[in-house]
Design a protein around this ligand. Structure first.
Ligand code: NAD
Length: 356
């Protein structure tokens, strides 16, 4: 089992070090190789995703990724910015399925801005299509309008598109994921207005015929945004396109109130995956030893489950995280009165200890 370890920038190096520590404590033999990515790679090699890093990622079974980015790179040409490394990895590895679980740990119920009864016991999974939709559709650009409400004015345009096979493969991923959970899929679309999402709805319905044991519900995206804060526990698996998924997965992740707790996985058709916390490189706290490493440690658990076929080890890590939370250990982002404040490395050490 080969893992490419790409810590990246800012807190990326600190939190990935803790996840690696936890993986090493599992008594499973992994081959782990580390490479530069993002701003760190730009500084060393002049590119955020150097050829050597890409090759390492392509040859690995899974990639453990920290985070990339820093305000100091904001003035670079877009292709050289750190964030381009993630887009490059998604594209080159064909990572089309993004998994973002939103789980509310009982000990952190108070950290949410929603009422405890709405989120206590919350466990939902947002599956976002990652390589299509309006983010990648061509043509796109700026031009002078020749028609519309203001002919002659400058305008910009993008193209929303999905092909049937693209929708089929993400629908299969969602139904298969639901089979391992509570057997319910909510497909989110805007079929009442958009042709692209009428096709989406038709194809998801067609694929559903192969999964009669799973309940399928269709929901318009505006309603889904509302239901996610009104009654989030009514969802199990939510599947949607790239843009709607971008927005809804951030909304869902915030239900739990703590960005430092949220893992994510992006998978291709071979189950090769990139595993990373849902947050960014947090330049404001980088180097201070206070970042919460639990999202990255939980991402490592997802890696064991989805790409490395090590379900028992994945559950051991998740159990250890629950245990340290039950012990009252908290990094500053999740600290509240009556709990014990710890730093990044102390939290990692506590998870390692709890594995036993
Ligand atoms: P961010 O997620 O880095 O930080 C937002 C806030 O959350 C900050 O106050 C930060 O201190 C806090 N935070 C984030 N992770 C935390 C953790 N593990 N523990 C404790 N606190 C945590 O988002 P941002 O500030 O908008 O972006 C910072 C940089 O990260 C930018 O350059 C952005 O482009 C980049 N970014 C990268 C990724 C990625 O690598 N996948 C994702 C999002 C943003």
């Amino acid at each position: 089992m080969k893992i490419a370890v790409l810590p990246g920038d800012g807190i990326g190096t600190e939190i990935v070090a803790e996840a690696v520590k936890v993986l090493k404590a599992l008594d499973i033999s992994f081959e782990m190789e580390t490479a530069l990515v993002g701003g760190a790679a730009y500084e060393a090699h002049g590119h955020p995703l150097p050829e050597s890093t890409l090759k390492l990622a392509q040859a690995a079974d899974a990639i453990l990724f920290g985070a990339v980015g820093d305000w100091k790179y904001d003035k670079l040409d877009r292709p050289l910015r750190p964030e381009q490394a993630i887009l490059g990895l998604r594209k080159h590895l064909g990572l089309f399925a993004n998994f973002r679980p939103a789980i509310c740990y009982e000990q952190l119920v108070g950290a949410s801005s929603l009422k405890p009864e709405l989120i206590s016991g919350l466990d939902i999974l947002i599956i976002r299509e990652l390589t299509g939709d309006i983010y990648f559709g061509q043509p796109r650009g700026r031009r002078v309008a020749t028609d519309g409400h203001f002919p002659g004015a400058e305008e910009a345009f993008d193209t929303m598109r999905y092909s049937k096979p693209e929708i089929e493969r993400i629908a299969h991923v969602a139904f298969q994921a639901a089979r391992k959970r509570n057997k319910k899929v909510t497909s989110v679309d805007k079929a009442n207005v958009l042709e692209t999402f009428q096709l989406w709805k038709d194809v998801v319905t067609e694929v559903h015929a192969q999964y009669p044991d799973v309940e399928l519900q269709h929901m318009y995206v505006d309603n889904a945004a509302m239901q996610l804060v009104k009654a989030p526990k009514a969802f199990d698996v939510v599947v949607t396109g790239n843009m709607f998924g971008d927005i809804l997965s951030d909304e869902a992740s915030m239900l739990t109130g703590s960005i430092g707790m949220l893992p994510s996985a992006s998978l291709n058709s071979k189950n090769q995956g990139l595993y990373e916390p849902s947050h960014g490189s947090a330049p404001d706290i980088a180097g201070k030893g206070v970042a919460n490493p639990l999202a990255t440690i939980l991402s490592a658990a997802m890696m064991l489950r989805f790409s490395l076929n090590q379900e028992v080890a994945a559950q051991r890590i998740e159990g250890a995280v629950q245990k340290v939370l039950a012990q009252g250990l908290r990094t500053p982002d999740i600290f509240s009165d009556g709990t014990t404040k710890v730093g990044t490395a102390q939290m990692g050490d506590a998870v390692v200890k709890a594995l036993a």
